[in-house]
Structure formats: structure tokens, C-alpha cells
Ligand binder design. Structure first.
Ligand SMILES: *Cc1c(COP(=O)(O)O)cnc(C)c1O
Length: 314
């Protein structure tokens, strides 16, 4: 540029330059189904951490971005479905911090079609989208699939689907620590919606001894839910063994990922009306729907406090 030769290397990208809002706000809301049973409901507003990397996506990506920068890596490759919040967050991080990004997207039939709004955002942020067929996508951790990607795209850091690896789980312990007992508040139960389980693995590890974490999977999983083992495995990788008191309740996926039922939609519409808070529908609406059902079933003792982690924005 301007005929000037640049000699100094670019500065290392540092995610802290993005000024996340941390700790995220903890907000008490007065919600009738909880109040009627003497239960305090708090919203842990992780959706407010950063406009482009909201919620657990910030907490999971930040340590991965720092590790990539420290290793001198300037490209990130990751995986996701056509509506993946994780792909969008990775693309935004790339734009903001100067990483090249490659998104490997499930479904080669999407390659010729117009991009949906979520993928269009990824592309506008500079992400190179690479579509692969579903059977190959299922084998995305196999050496031959990874080798083919390496041949095509060269050197990059791989971040797994959903961003959930051991660094991500370590990053999410901070969420638990922010919710530890204070002189005026003991949160008994912290609940989070689960996709790949990295957030729950870290959250449970960060909580105090008198607290428990509850995960509500949004994917249909079979019995026992495959996430049980995934979270155990993530905790082994991140912390060397099991941490914290956590469990899954598999009853609120409403048919599976991105599926909905009339009951779920009615609940989410009514909650939004009561509180003027638009709900992210794939994860957060199912979380609050599940928690409300549990409160109605008497799962939380009168006098107890429940915190729902608002992991993302609509
Ligand atoms: C990605 C995501 C989750 C799932 O987090 P996992 O760590 O994959 O379990 C939950 N909520 C929202 C809004 C998300 O975007």
C-alpha cells in the first residue's frame, strides 16, 4: 500500500481487544410459574457478552483463539450445519481479529443454492464455505477426511463442531465461577441448554460445592443420551476427571434439533410477552420451557434459586 514496504509483522490477534462484557449480568425476574412455588428465577445474561460472539460462543472460542494466536496460526477451520451459531461466531471472530476462516458445512446439496441468512453472514464475514455430503460430514474426525481438508486448505487450527474441545470446557468454568455463592445469593441449580455439551462440562466444573448443574439437550439422543458420555469425556480431557454435580434431563428436545411443537411455540410467545425478552428459539426457548415444566412438577424446593443461562440471541 502507498508503495511502502511493510517490515513489521501484524500484531498477534488478542480476543480481549474485543472488550467482552464480563462477568455477564445476573438478572432476577418475577415469573409466575416459579414465584407461585416460592422459587427464585435468575437469568444469567451470557447473551450480552458480545454482539457478534454471544453467550457460550465467546466463552468457548476465546481460549481457542488465544491458543491459535500464541502458536502463530492465522487460519481456523471448523464444522457446522447450515444454521450453526458456532459457524457464525467463528466467522465474526475471524473478521474482528484477523484470522482466515474456513467453514465446513454439512450438506453438499447446499453448494449451488442461495445461502440462507446465517451462512450469508458467515460469507460476509469472510468465511470460506466448503460444503460436504452428510456421510462424509459424519466422518469429519477421521484421518482421511482431515487429510483431504489439509491438502485443500493448507495450515489451519481445527476447532471441532460446536466449538467444544477441552480448551472450550476450560473457558466455560468461568461461567460457573461467576455463579458461585455470594453473601446474598446461593444459586442452587444452574440450567443450560446443551448441543455438543462443552458448556455444561465447564459450567459444572466451575460451580461451588453446594450447587448443581442441569443440562437440557436440544438434540434427540437415545437412551442413555449420547451427551452423557460426551460431557464425561470432555471433563476428562479438560480437567483429568469428573468435576462438579451435573445431570441431563432429556425430556425437552421437542422432537430434536431445531424441531418445535405448538406447546413450545406457545410457551415462548407467552414468555416473550410477559418479559419483553425475545428468546433464541433453538436452545433458550427449550431451556425455559423445560425449567418451567420442572418447576410445575415440583422438581425445585420452595425457597430455592434457579439460574437459567441465556446462551444466545434470537
Ligand atoms: C451453541 C449453543 C448452545 C450449545 O452449547 P454446547 O456447548 O454445544 O452444548 C446453547 N445455546 C446457544 C444459544 C448456542 O448457540
Amino acid at each position: 500500500m502507498d508503495g511502502v514496504t511493510r517490515t513489521a509483522p501484524d500484531p498477534l490477534p488478542d480476543p480481549r481487544a474485543l472488550r467482552p462484557r464480563l462477568p455477564s449480568p445476573l438478572q432476577e425476574i418475577d415469573d409466575e410459574p416459579f414465584a407461585r412455588r416460592g422459587i427464585r428465577l435468575l437469568l444469567k445474561r451470557d447473551d450480552l457478552i458480545h454482539p457478534d460472539l454471544p453467550g457460550n460462543k465467546w466463552r468457548k472460542l476465546e481460549p481457542n483463539l488465544r491458543a491459535a494466536a500464541a502458536a502463530g496460526e492465522r487460519a481456523l477451520l471448523t464444522f457446522g450445519g447450515a444454521y450453526s451459531n458456532h459457524l457464525r461466531a467463528t466467522a465474526a471472530a475471524g473478521r474482528l481479529l484477523g484470522f482466515a476462516t474456513i467453514g465446513v458445512v454439512r450438506g453438499d446439496e447446499l453448494a449451488g443454492a442461495p445461502l440462507n441468512p446465517s451462512l450469508a453472514r458467515c460469507a460476509a464475514d469472510g468465511m470460506h464455505l466448503h460444503f460436504i455430503d452428510r456421510s462424509r460430514y459424519r466422518r469429519k474426525s477421521d484421518p482421511d477426511v482431515l487429510a483431504a481438508l489439509h491438502d485443500r486448505f493448507g495450515a489451519y487450527r481445527v476447532i471441532p463442531e460446536g466449538g467444544s474441545n477441552s480448551l472450550a470446557a476450560q473457558g466455560c468454568t468461568e461461567l460457573g465461577r461467576e455463579l458461585r455463592e455470594t453473601p446474598d445469593t446461593l444459586v442452587d441449580t444452574v440450567a443450560v441448554a446443551c448441543g455438543t455439551g462443552g458448556t455444561l462440562a465447564g459450567l459444572a466444573a466451575g460451580l461451588g460445592p453446594r450447587q448443581r448443574a442441569l443440562g437440557l439437550p436440544v438434540l434427540k439422543g437415545g437412551c442413555p443420551h449420547f451427551l452423557q458420555e460426551t460431557v464425561e469425556e470432555l471433563q476428562r480431557a479438560a480437567f483429568g476427571g469428573p468435576r462438579g454435580d451435573w445431570r441431563l434431563d432429556d425430556r425437552f428436545h421437542c422432537g430434536g434439533y431445531a424441531r418445535r411443537t405448538p406447546e413450545l411455540d406457545a410457551f415462548a410467545d407467552a414468555f416473550e410477552d410477559r418479559h419483553g425478552l425475545p428468546l433464541e428459539r433453538i436452545y433458550v426457548a427449550k431451556l425455559l420451557y423445560g425449567l418451567t415444566t420442572l418447576a410445575e412438577e415440583g422438581a425445585f424446593a420452595p425457597g430455592s434459586t434457579v439460574a437459567a443461562v441465556i446462551t444466545g440471541t434470537p
